[in-house]
Each structure stands twice: as structure tokens, then as C-alpha cells.
Design a protein around this ligand. Structure first.
Ligand code: SF4
Length: 210
């Protein structure tokens, strides 16, 4: 089901009857396939944020869709959600308080430990059920070509973050975008996922996004 929200600062948006959270437009990558380069909206909901979200504003928008909480909540949006770590954790804990069975997932580029200069994975335990990490490539040079990271050693930082998630028993899935760059080798990427005990998902490139 699609729901169109025309308000500014959509911290919450709905896709397929599920709640998604958009906390930031900042990102430590600049992927050549990033949908943000093409359009500002997801299903009509403007993803561009004009101000940093306050917890109260996120909760207010969340409560407009309280009946959908049981379908799960995903932190994603037009930016890297773990950049807003404190707000993400506060929001996730609030959701678990009011709806303990709600599964909470974070779609991330896996740079959070490098960005925050500490291991943040233990902080996710107990409030984040699953992380989906953008592997995107089977090696560093292809990753750098596709993702144009703004931090050093980004590929290895991402792999290390994924390992730590697995070690902390957080359900971990590596994803790649297929049908975009023919150099991306699904088989090799899947082997990387298997080696660390992560799941693997291919996400077909959608030309105009959602
Ligand atoms: S990591 Fe995600 S939000 Fe960041 S540039 Fe890449 S596709 Fe866009």
C-alpha cells in the first residue's frame, strides 16, 4: 500500500504498509546509484530534511501510524541512519517500550564504527533486531568506484562492522545492487557473506526508485 505525505521533514514514511524512519540526509558514501541523485521523494513523501529531527517530532509522526507498528520498523531514508546514533537508539528503545514485539531493522552502509570512532555495535543489542549492510562489491577497488566513500578504509570498516554485528548475535544481511554494474560478482559477494555468517540479499536496481 502506498501512502503519500506532503509535509516537510518526513521523519516517518510508509512503504508496503510498513513504517520507515528517515533521520538524516548525511552519508559517508556518495554511491553512483544513490536514488537521492535522481529524486527527492519516496512514493511522494519528500525525503529532504530541512532540520535535524528532534525525538519529540519523530515520535509525533510515528504515532500517526501506530496501527502499523506490528509490521516492523526500518531505519533507512535518504541518508545513513547510524550517523544519528543517539536519536536512532532513543527512538528504537521507545518503540520497543510501547510495542516489544515490533521487529526493528537498520539499513546501513556499515561505516558507523569509523564515523563515531568507537564500536557502537553493543549499543544496538537489545533494541535493533536486524541490520542490512550494503556490501555492494566483492573488493575494495570496486566498492570505492561504486560508493565513493568519504572516509578512509571504508570497505574494510564496513566488513569489520558486519563481523561485529554477527558476533553480537544481531541478524545480519549483506546486500548488493544487481543490474547496475556488471563488475559486481554476486557469487563472490555471497561467499563473503557466508564467510562471516551473514545472510545475503540481491537488491535489483530500480531505475526511478520507489
Ligand atoms: S550509502 Fe545509501 S544513502 Fe549513502 S550514498 Fe549510498 S545509497 Fe545513498
Amino acid at each position: 500500500m502506498m501512502q503519500v505525505m506532503n509535509k516537510v521533514n518526513n521523519y516517518i514514511y510508509i512503504l508496503d504498509n510498513k513504517i520507515y524512519v528517515n533521520l538524516t540526509n548525511a552519508c559517508t558514501n556518495d554511491c553512483i546509484f544513490c536514488i537521492r541523485k535522481q529524486k527527492n521523494d519516496v512514493k511522494g513523501a519528500d525525503m529532504k530534511l530541512t532540520q535535524k529531527p528532534k525525538f519529540e517530532d519523530v515520535v509525533e509522526q510515528l504515532e500517526e501510524h501506530i496501527s502499523l507498528l506490528g509490521n516492523g520498523v526500518t531505519f533507512c531514508g535518504y541518508g545513513e541512519p547510524l550517523i544519528e546514533l543517539d536519536l536512532l537508539l532513543k527512538t528504537a528503545k521507545y518503540i520497543k517500550e510501547i510495542s516489544p514485539d515490533t521487529k526493528i531493522k537498520v539499513n546501513t552502509n556499515g561505516h558507523a564504527n569509523a564515523f563515531h570512532k568507537k564500536n557502537i555495535v553493543p549499543l544496538l543489542k537489545g533494541c535493533i533486531d536486524e541490520v542490512s549492510i550494503s556490501l555492494n562489491a566483492q573488493n575494495e577497488s570496486l566498492y570505492n568506484k561504486l560508493c565513493m566513500p568519504k572516509i578512509t578504509n571504508a570497505y574494510n570498516e564496513m566488513l569489520d562492522f558486519a563481523k561485529k554485528c554477527v558476533e553480537n548475535n544481531i541478524k545480519t544481511t549483506f546486500s548488493i545492487v544487481t543490474n547496475y554494474d556488471k563488475e559486481v560478482n554476486s557469487y563472490e559477494c555471497k561467499k563473503i557473506a557466508e564467510k562471516i555468517g551473514a545472510n545475503f540479499r540481491e537488491r535489483p536496481w530500480i531505475e526511478n526508485g520507489y
